[in-house]
Write a protein that binds this ligand. Sequence first.
Ligand SMILES: [Cu+2]
Length: 114
Amino acid sequence: MKSRWHQYRNSIGWLYILLLLNIITSCTQKKTPKMYIVEIKQMQFQPADLTVQDGDTVAWINHDMVPHDITEEKSKSWTSGPLLPNKSWSMPVTKSADYYCSIHVVMKGRITVQ
Ligand SMILES: [Cu+2]
């Protein structure tokens, strides 16, 4: 016959196993947000068209010699403000958006949230 200590130890063992299973399943179910990079080069957003998942982060890096900005086009609902050369700016994305550079209005890009 098993002692009380053995019974106690066995139940603790099962608790650990259940806890581990719980951690493993919750890790595999949650999607880890990704980071995407849009490079600004020669007055262009590269890639100009980017598809992401809800909650992913997009970072823009200015490789040009002049400042640019990243501004939501339709309602100006968000903007990076002036982004100096060699600086970056990032934002978690939850909504699809067309954006442009308000300093050089021909520069356009788009983010599509799936
Ligand atoms: Cu610009």
